[in-house]
Design a protein around this ligand. Structure first.
Ligand SMILES: *Cc1c(COP(=O)(O)O)cnc(C)c1O
Length: 397
């Protein structure tokens, strides 16, 4: 059994804060600051450029990629790290489309994160007027898969509602229609059990700064199924994805397997942070994590619904159909979240009216969750959100 008291002791959360936003930016694990300081002063400071070899910087995207891979069911050598998630979405989508040259349609859903849709739209414009992005409601995706679809591009867990797609069955359906699938695991990696190998995923991407706690701007990951990797042609053919970057050839030759999805110089300091942050996962069983996440979500949900009638559940009621978050709707959602943050409970708001709460068993206890629900209900009962300072919108919500 996973010891969640032990994992909780591995985080440095500010005193008095209950953090229900680890789905947006994970908190700082102990050991990360020291590891980054070592990478700065011990490696960069002392080794200078020799750090690329001596400190193993050049292999860090693959080495850390393997550690992330374990959390999503990917075999060693099938995941690499770098860039931002938006870039990785573009890369995966471009390569998948190229593998289906006789088709022109990308299918996605209206619950997808806008950046994924914007990247797809931009790619379509580059490829030409016959390429299109089609979006349907999340519950209509399965029925919309037909033989015109080149690539199905989905985020497994909806960032607003927490609704979870059935990955294995959608992959089977897409493959039967001759389509490839790109999965965005931004709200899955480190949140729920994922098995890209067992589900027969083609491409998967995700970020490390949410449930994997790598810190603001931490690098994204990309997985390519081994059966596709050697046939995949990278659209962003940067020198570090070349078979021999230091041959400085004038012609591009893709590197081995997923290595070809590297683009340019990797962010070593952020990778060092992620590498240290991943130590927290040693000894964590993803099934235990899922069970505990559901327990925390269910208890929060029941307590909020018992304490306030004003908030409407925006997430599926069946916990099996949710990721690791619970969302409510309220027209004054922004102000309510601001009032809650002022009370030491950090959740977030997503336009137009979603109050979003992420559940991260590594550092959240059942007592935290009860306390957070009680403070939320107290704010609702007293209408204390209705003060001018809680209505002023900041740049990031
Ligand atoms: C968080 C998130 C992103 C953010 O992309 P970045 O390029 O890392 O800023 C993209 N897509 C999804 C589905 C996300 O949840």
């Amino acid at each position: 059994m996973t010891d969640f008291n032990a994992t909780r002791a591995r985080f440095d959360l500010p005193e008095g804060v209950i953090y229900l936003d680890g789905n947006s930016l994970g908190p700082l694990p102990r050991g990360v600051a020291a590891r980054v300081a070592q990478a700065i002063t011990g490696e960069w400071g002392q080794m200078l450029i020799t750090g690329w070899n001596k400190a193993g910087w050049m292999d860090l995207p693959a080495r850390v990629g393997d550690r992330v891979g374990r959390l999503i069911g990917a075999a060693p050598g099938t995941v690499t790290m770098g860039d931002t998630l938006s870039i990785k979405v573009y890369q995966a989508l471009a390569s998948a489309l190229e593998l289906r040259p006789d088709r022109r349609v990308i299918l996605s859903d209206t619950g997808n994160f806008p950046s994924d849709l914007y990247m797809a739209d931009g790619l379509c414009r580059t490829l030409g007027p016959d390429y299109t992005l089609r979006t349907v409601a999340p519950e209509d995706v399965e029925a919309a898969i037909d033989e015109s679809i080149a690539v199905l591009m989905l985020t497994e867990v909806d960032y607003r509602t927490g609704r979870k797609h059935d990955m294995a069955s959608l992959i089977a359906r897409a493959h039967a229609a001759g389509a490839l699938v790109v999965w965005d695991l931004a709200h899955s990696a480190g949140a729920i059990p994922v098995d890209v190998t067992g589900a027969d995923a083609d491409f998967a991407v995700g970020c490390s700064y949410k449930y994997l706690n790598s810190g603001p701007g931490g690098p994204a990951f990309i997985y390519v199924a081994p059966r596709l990797a050697e046939a995949t042609r990278p659209a962003l053919s940067g020198w570090l994805g070349h078979e021999a970057p230091f041959a400085f050839d004038l012609d591009y030759r893709p590197g081995r397997g997923v290595e070809r999805m590297r683009v340019g110089t990797p962010p070593i300091l952020q990778l060092a942070a992620l590498d240290a942050a991943l130590d927290v996962w040693d000894g964590v069983d993803m099934q235990d994590l899922r069970a505990r996440s559901i327990e925390l979500q269910e208890s929060f949900l029941a307590r909020v619904e018992a304490g306030s009638r004003e908030l409407t559940l925006a997430s599926p009621r069946d916990p099996a159909l949710r990721g690791s978050q619970v969302s409510f709707r309220h027209p004054q959602g922004y102000a309510i979240i601001q009032a809650l943050i002022a009370e030491g409970v950090i959740g977030d708001f997503r336009a137009p009216d979603i109050l979003r709460f992420g559940f991260t068993p590594l550092y959240l206890s059942p007592e935290d969750v009860d306390e957070a629900a009680d403070r939320l209900c107290a704010i609702m009962a007293a209408r204390s959100w209705d003060r001018p300072q809680f209505h002023a919108r900041a740049k990031v919500t």
